[in-house]
Write a protein that binds this ligand. Structure first.
Ligand SMILES: *[C@@H]1O[C@H](CO)[C@@H](O)[C@H](O)[C@H]1NC(C)=O
Ligand SMILES: *[C@@H]1O[C@H](CO)[C@@H](O)[C@H](O)[C@H]1NC(C)=O
Length: 175
């Protein structure tokens, strides 16, 4: 009886542990990697854990330049229709787009045209039956091009229709 209680308590303690795999982000927060099988502090062997309901923000709104987010699965193998990955983003027309993946897909890559200044999210859900190898996911948001800064002032050379000369571009004066 006592042993049974202990086992029951242990089971509840296990269930309470967050088994969601860790999403590793780069320092700039525009790229990262995640393996479905490695949750901290719980690891369910080489396969993923049961009963997961994990939510991630792959790219925060402020880090989305609007130039596309590339998501790549190096391998993908989950229980069809039961254990799935869902990618969610707002497209360039402002519509919410949801892509849901499950089954034995192998490897694939998707380029998400997510609107600038909106987040890209991922959900990872598993049920209590069959589990499998899962996936290795990598992503990166294409960064904004570097901002070109022009300095006011300088010479503009003109040589056209036999006219030669130079125009001086003055720095605008502050009032
Ligand atoms: C990156 O994201 C993490 C978690 O979302 C946050 O705590 C951290 O401040 C972010 N770093 C930068 C440079 O935005
Ligand atoms: C992401 O956003 C944080 C916070 O605004 C910023 O410090 C960081 O430089 C951004 N990363 C990129 C690559 O834009």
């Amino acid at each position: 009886m006592k042993l049974q209680n202990l086992i029951l308590t242990l089971c509840f303690a296990m269930a309470a542990v967050d088994a969601c795999p860790t999403l590793y982000l780069s320092r700039s927060n525009i790229s990262g990697v995640m393996s479905s099988s490695h949750g901290f502090p719980r690891v369910c062997g080489v396969e993923y854990c049961h009963n997961l309901n994990c939510n991630y923000e792959l790219v925060p709104a402020r880090n989305n330049s609007g130039r596309g987010v590339i998501v790549r699965f190096d391998y993908f193998n989950t229980e069809s229709y039961h254990d799935f990955v869902r990618l969610e983003y707002i497209n360039l027309q402002g519509q919410l787009v949801t892509g849901q993946f499950s089954g034995s897909v192998g490897s694939f890559r998707a380029r998400l045209p997510a609107m600038q200044g909106t987040p890209v999210r991922m959900r990872w859900n598993t049920d209590s039956s069959v589990n499998s190898l899962g996936f290795l996911m990598r992503f990166h948001a294409v960064p904004a091009p570097p901002v070109r800064r022009y300095r006011l002032g300088g010479m503009l050379e003109v040589s056209e229709n036999g006219v030669r000369g130079s125009v001086r571009v003055e720095k605008a004066k502050r009032k």
